[in-house]
Design a protein around this ligand. Structure first.
Ligand code: 8IG
Length: 262
């Protein structure tokens, strides 16, 4: 019963934050935590696992905080950290933040992540707008006859608004795999054939959920590494966090601008 759980979480957030409703939600994945501080001081902050039905994260370097703050006149609900499918807590745990955001009244959600790049021209530190996804997890967050359209799942309106302010921002197709292992070079060649530009372990399932509950979605990937076999170097979780640190100021200013103009 995800909807009851989301309602309980939203009721708790409204009571403790003093904000009866929020306008926009922002999910900050690994690599994006440092950018959060650029948004300003929150009027309310707590540990995510103090909110009903949230659980602590499994990944080192992944923080787990909830913030409420005002950016450019918009009341923003910020999730620092997310639950991944590979943690094994089930798909409802993965999508609880999105359902909670919807229950808090938001109409739009910005989903960010760190990703591997399949394109040699997108080097670590590049921010890429997600134009579409490949859900290769073998899972769906939906059950029953919910025939949700995923045409334009990543809002053309929001993407155009971002590209109006940041014209150089590239767009690409994000493939979500379950993980937690990175891909083999053969799998990356397969993904390239399938049309992927970026690869990661989040976001697509959250986008499906967001569309099912009627939210507009903006997806942004921070490239933190080349996917396996693209450059021949081995992948390392530390480089993900380092790329995030290095880009924090720029990403924070980008998010502030986006939140103020959406
Ligand atoms: I950051 O190269 C990050 N997350 N599956 N592959 C997958 N997930 C990732 C990668 C990557 N880089």
């Amino acid at each position: 019963m995800p909807d009851r759980r989301a309602f309980e979480a939203a009721t708790d957030i409204a009571a403790r934050s003093g904000a009866p409703a929020h306008d926009i939600a922002l999910v900050l994945g690994s690599g994006w935590a440092a950018a959060a501080d650029e948004l300003g001081s929150p009027s309310f902050e707590t540990s995510l696992d103090s909110i009903p039905h949230f659980t602590a994260p499994a990944v080192t370097g992944q923080v787990s905080r909830l913030r409420s703050l005002e950016v450019g006149g918009r009341r923003v609900l910020v999730f620092l950290g997310r639950t991944h499918l590979y943690e094994g807590q089930g798909i409802d745990a993965v999508t609880h933040a999105v359902r909670t955001a919807a229950a808090c009244g938001v109409r739009s959600i910005i989903l960010t992540n760190a990703a591997g790049s399949l394109r040699t021209d997108w080097t670590p530190g590049t921010a890429v707008l997600i134009s579409d996804h490949l859900n290769l997890t073998g899972e769906s967050p939906l059950t029953g006859p919910q025939f949700v359209s995923l045409t334009d799942a990543y809002s053309p309106r929001l993407r155009a608004a971002v590209r109006h302010h940041f014209p150089a921002t590239p767009e690409g197709v994000y493939a979500q795999l379950r993980g937690p292992m990175y891909e083999t070079p053969a799998e990356i060649r397969m993904l390239r054939t399938l049309g992927a530009d970026l690869v990661g372990m989040s976001t697509a399932l959250e986008t499906i959920t967001a569309r099912a509950v009627g939210l507009e979605v903006l997806g942004i990937s921070l490239v933190t590494n080349f996917a396996a076999g693209i450059t021949g170097e081995a992948l390392d979780h530390a480089e993900v966090l380092a790329a995030g640190q290095a880009s924090a100021g720029r990403l924070g200013r980008m998010l502030t601008e986006i939140l103020s103009t959406l």
